[in-house]
Design a protein around this ligand. Structure first.
Ligand SMILES: [Zn+2]
Length: 264
């Protein structure tokens, strides 16, 4: 039996490629996007992470809090000059009362007004000290509420008011470029994993033409709250090969692209 061209391509396994081309209009040749993001302005990000990323030629997003970046101000200025993005992570890093470290600064005790003031305080210090105004935000501990019970409120609308995007944490999906809420992006935990484990997540996201946002903390050997530097190198080796169609960029750049693509 003779096959027409489309049937032949399906039989030859080429149909997924056609489906990708008909999907979301990522930049030419790209199947999806990948952003590496790191929280808290920890010193290992300056001492180990930025030098690694600069050597690889890879840009990342760093969600900083003043108490973190004050320890390496010159290093953060150099990171900005090298093209990395400075995102926002509040001033006092409030999380749920159930975490011991935030018992005295718990989201359960916050109001939207108090949260907005905390965010404004950090913005002022970031602008004064680092000379940039963040457009990307990461929710401390990935938590998006203030208050309790009937008086609990989401502060996602506050983030939508002040930033282009807000990133969650410990989420289990990459982002749908057509429909995802930029004010609550899914953040996929990348601390403690091997290169193969991270590559499995990247591959699954690219197959669905999605935007995978990795969320980590320290740089070093893989551990709790530490992203493996070897794993980052393995992902970069894969992503830098144009044949794999991975667009690696900061959250600010990818989110701006999505805003423009959706408005067309
Ligand atoms: Zn944090």
């Amino acid at each position: 039996m003779l096959l027409d061209r489309r049937s032949f391509l399906i039989a030859a396994g080429a149909f997924p490629l056609l489906a990708q081309q008909a999907g979301f209009p990522w930049p030419s040749g790209k199947r999806g996007a990948l952003s590496f993001t790191f929280d808290d302005a920890r010193v290992s990000q300056i001492d180990l992470g930025i030098p690694l990323l600069n050597r690889l030629g890879m840009k990342a997003t760093f969600y900083v809090s003043p108490r973190g970046f004050r320890q390496r101000v010159d290093g953060w200025k150099e990171a900005i000059a090298a093209g990395h993005e400075i995102g926002h992570h509040t001033d006092s890093h409030p999380c749920t009362v159930n975490y011991r470290f935030s018992r005295d600064n718990a989201l359960e005790d916050y109001t939207l007004e108090r949260m907005e003031a905390d965010i404004a305080k950090a913005t002022a210090e970031i602008v004064d000290t680092l000379g940039v105004r963040p457009v990307s935000f990461a929710y401390p501990c990935g938590q998006t509420f203030v208050g309790v019970g009937a008086n609990q409120r989401s502060y996602v609308p506050l983030i939508a008011k002040h930033f282009r995007s807000g990133r969650g944490y410990l989420n289990e999906s990459a982002n749908d470029p057509e429909r995802c809420d930029l004010s609550y992006l899914m953040g996929t935990h990348c601390d403690g994993f091997s290169g193969d484990e991270l590559l499995g997540l990247v591959d699954a996201a690219m197959k669905e033409n999605r935007w995978l946002v990795f969320a980590g903390h320290d740089f070093g050997d893989p551990a709790r709250q530490t992203t493996s530097m070897k794993a980052i190198e393995a992902v970069w080796e894969y992503a830098r090969n144009p044949a794999n169609g991975v667009w690696v960029d900061t959250v600010a750049t990818v989110s701006e692209f999505l805003v423009n693509a959706r408005s067309r």
